[in-house]
Design a protein around this ligand. Structure first.
Ligand code: PGA
Length: 246
């Protein structure tokens, strides 16, 4: 069974105080959320400890936004999987396009991070997706198939989430058409050995479009950036409903 997973990606937003303020506005809405949805907040390293303490006993899972492949060593600025699991972190975003674009992340390092995360009990959320230029020149399918091929070498597909995030739709308000996202996610699924991997869509998911996105047959969840920062918006997203769609 494919699990529905809605994850907020806070990127480099929120101090500890701001994270606590968010929870005050957000937690009340959880009572309305169907039990079969996994809710995750992927926060900066500095707020993970605070979130862990304050979310203990709730159904919200905590995610990080990166992890190194070694357990310890001379790697200034990096954080290892045991450091995350000690804090109660369950998920970790790996290979986000912002890491690939601004911080030199390659398919080879993504692969190392995925394997290390799994080895230490974290569930990776692997991000793949094309640029605007790649889309315009018809390279989308080949690019995504290539990313999956390289990123997933020796990765356990039994403990994996994938997020399809077209780069041109991230933070731009320019959402990928839901049926097109559904088509690409179907393509991603066709490349996997395990048909039960949850595959999310990410890129300008908002309260106003989440119902249509989640109504698609191949889409198992969302990775939400900007709209996960406001408690009411993120609450509306986790409480999406496909029933009113005509
Ligand atoms: P966005 O970001 O929702 O702000 O477009 C999504 C992401 O980068 O994961």
């Amino acid at each position: 069974m494919r699990k529905v997973i809605i994850a907020g990606n806070w990127k480099m937003y929120k101090t500890q105080a701001e994270a606590l303020e968010f929870l005050q506005g957000f937690l009340d809405h959880l009572g309305e959320t169907p039990n079969d949805r996994e809710i995750v907040i992927c926060a900066p390293f500095t707020t993970l400890g605070t979130l862990s303490k304050n979310l203990h006993g709730t159904r919200i899972r905590i995610g990080a936004q990166n992890v190194h492949w070694e357990i310890a060593g001379a790697y200034t600025g990096e954080v290892s999987a045991p450091m995350l699991t000690e804090l109660g972190v369950r998920y970790v975003v790996i290979g986000h396009s912002e890491r690939r674009q601004y911080f030199g992340e390659t398919d080879a390092t993504v692969n190392l991070r995925l394997k290390a995360a799994q080895k230490h009990g974290l569930i990776p959320i692997l991000c793949v997706g094309e640029t605007k230029q790649q889309r315009d020149t018809g390279e989308t399918e080949a690019l995504i198939v290539g990313q999956l091929e390289k990123d997933l070498i020796d990765v356990d597909q039994g403990r994996l989430v994938i997020a399809y995030e077209p780069i041109w739709a991230i933070g731009t308000g320019d959402t990928c058409d839901a049926t097109e996202a559904n088509r690409i996610i179907g393509l991603i699924r066709s490349q996997l050995d395990n048909p039960n991997v949850s595959i999310q869509y990410g890129g300008s998911v908002k309260p106003g479009n989440v119902d249509e996105i989640m109504a698609q047959s191949e889409i198992d969840g969302a990775l939400v950036g900007g709209a996960s920062l406001a408690p009411n918006d993120f609450a509306r997203i986790i409480n999406y409903s496909c029933s009113q769609l005509g």
